[in-house]
Design a protein around this ligand. Sequence first.
Ligand code: ADP
Length: 242
Amino acid sequence: MKSDVKLFENGRRLDGRKPDELRKIKIEVGVLHRAEGSCYLEWGNNKILAAVYGPREAIPRHTQNPLRAIVNARYNMAAFSVDERKRPGPDRRSREISKVISEALENVILVEKFPRATIDVNIEVLDAEAGTRCAGLTAAAVALVDAGIPMRDIPVACAAGKIEDQVVLDLGKEEDNYGSADLPVAISPRTNEILLLQMDGHLTVEEFDKALDLAIKGCHIVSEFQKKAILEKYRHIPKEVG
Ligand code: ADP
């Protein structure tokens, strides 16, 4: 979408970032006591809480898969998380995001180890400012590690996009509103396998390749934040416990 809003000036973006710069990220592990695993994540002005329950028997029983666990991610945006109060409860957008995050996580969790079980992942967006599906998936992955759920890798997500004919990393709110494309990507960082790829807007094939490459680079940076936060929590556990 073309607009009169100037998103770039002297090579810098509205918030002063360079094209390949991420917003600030802060991750805290194990913030809730009743969840098996949890994570609080700030990414720019996004604030997100993820909580994992399970694996536990899937109920009602007809939802069970005798061969593997089902992964049930539920993305929810709080009514107060956006400028104009959002109507509480699920809507089309949150159902779509829940589905794509569930499918991304299912591909890294060792679901075959837990037949008939469900692993519930609650993602609560407390403050939203673009990029919440990437931030939500990133927080959910850390909460899954905190819950001790076995995974092939720690999945991670980051978006790239296009503003004023330039491909940039991690769109902020105005960039998302007035930019011309947004490309959220989730990967397994060990193998670079793509777990989620969505696109909103228009890109040429060359721009798409560039944006995908940039988003994957962003994922690897975010992955380091995840690992650092996990180490931060578990480094201090005394050896004699357990
Ligand atoms: P993502 O948050 O993954 O980028 P979208 O592209 O759908 O997902 O949304 C972009 C941003 O638009 C959100 O992060 C949020 O700031 C805002 N937004 C989404 N839904 C609503 C809504 N119902 N009311 C107000 N703002 C919203």
